[in-house]
Ligand binder design. Structure first.
Ligand code: NDP
Length: 326
């Protein structure tokens, strides 16, 4: 396994990690979660990603039970949660979501209970909150840092300007600013990681933990001829995702990428994940998997990315045709 520093911080993350969005509790039960996390850990994955909102808190509970059974040394893995959406879904009361100091602190306490750990290594603001001053967020996160309840804090799907604002506030008061951002990054969605955040990697040493490397599975080719019943886009409640992803020009590109992957003797999933890893600004690519065979396959990308020479990259660019302009 290869490990990369999370931006300029001293923390090292495996270049691929494992997250539980949509899968834990809905598709993955406790037995399977134990198998998947066990396999990931044995392969050298040291970061597990979670959030208060995943499966209404059940994803954290499930991961917490597995971690307890595994009895891994706490220092051997990195665990995250995220705050913003709350865990009651539509039933959230006013202070049960967002980034107020109240919700940030309470959500952290609840995540610690559900995950059955004493501290979170990474704590993300899952989205920006226009209702809360950024200074309140920075102070609340620093309060948790001082208490040792979180070790690093960061953002997810914030703009470069919002991240910079948090950084400047932290600097002004001698506080710790955001260490990392969690953006979407895959062959269809590149703008933030490859363009918008470029100045931040140098200036503040921003790390990135990127999500949906396979665009929810689209970049495996599994949706080329319809929606398999046992797949994410076939799950009830994900119609919005289906509408966003299953558009004819995406499917055409996936088919062309598939032919390319076939020619190089790898699966499209491995090619697509390797393409994410090959970006040095990516600290870790968070994988999703609803079964062991997927994780086994996707892990091959950790080796394969070394083979992504200019010629292959140019072929990929010609197909996706979406390179952000400098
Ligand atoms: P992917 O884009 O890689 O999608 C993963 C899904 O694709 C799997 O659950 C599985 O779904 C399918 N899949 C994966 N590998 C294969 C394979 N080899 N063959 C066929 N199908 C495959 O990642 P996610 O969207 O799951 O994102 C990864 C993690 O990132 C999440 O778990 C979460 O921790 C984080 N995340 C963070 C967000 C944020 O806002 N900060 C947003 C979204 C995710 P199935 O079998 O059901 O078809």
């Amino acid at each position: 396994m290869e490990y990369r520093r999370l931006g300029k911080s001293g923390l090292q993350l495996s270049v691929v990690s494992y997250g539980s969005w949509t899968t834990f509790h809905h598709q993955v039960d406790e037995h399977l979660a134990d198998t998947l996390m066990g396999y990931a850990y044995d392969q050298g994955i040291n970061f597990f990603d979670n959030a208060e909102s995943y499966a209404g808190g059940e994803s954290e509970k499930l991961m917490g039970r597995v971690l307890k059974q595994k009895r891994w040394e706490r220092s051997s893995y990195v665990l995250s949660s995220k705050v913003f959406f709350g865990w009651h879904g539509k039933e959230n009361k006013p202070n049960q979501h967002g980034l107020s100091r109240k919700h940030i602190i309470e959500a952290c306490h609840e995540a610690l209970q559900r995950l059955q750990v004493d501290y979170l290594d990474l704590y993300f603001c899952h989205r920006p909150d226009p209702q809360t001053p950024v200074s309140e967020v920075v102070w609340a996160m620093n309060h948790l840092l001082q208490q040792g309840k979180i070790l690093y804090w960061g953002t997810s799907e914030w703009s470069a300007a919002q991240i910079m604002e948090a950084h400047m506030i932290a600097e002004r008061y001698g506080l710790i600013g955001p260490t990392m951002e969690q953006p979407q990054y895959n062959l269809f969605y590149r703008e933030k990681v490859e363009k918008e955040f470029l100045p931040l990697y140098e200036s503040i040493g921003l790390g990135t933990t990127t999500w949906s490397p396979l665009a929810s599975g689209l970049l495996t080719g599994k949706y080329n001829a319809g929606i398999p019943r046992d797949s994410r886009l076939g799950l009830p409640g994900y119609e919005w995702l289906k509408e966003k992803l299953l558009i004819p020009q995406n499917i055409e590109k996936v088919k062309a990428l598939q032919r390319m992957a076939d020619a190089y003797g790898v699966s499209l999933a491995v090619l697509a994940i390797a393409w994410c890893i090959r970006n040095p600004h990516v600290s870790t690519v968070i994988l999703g998997a609803s079964r062991l065979s997927q994780l086994e396959e996707n892990m091959q990308a950790v080796q394969f990315y070394h083979q992504l020479q200019d010629e292959i990259l140019q072929q990929i660019e010609a197909i996706v045709d979406n390179k952000p302009h400098e």
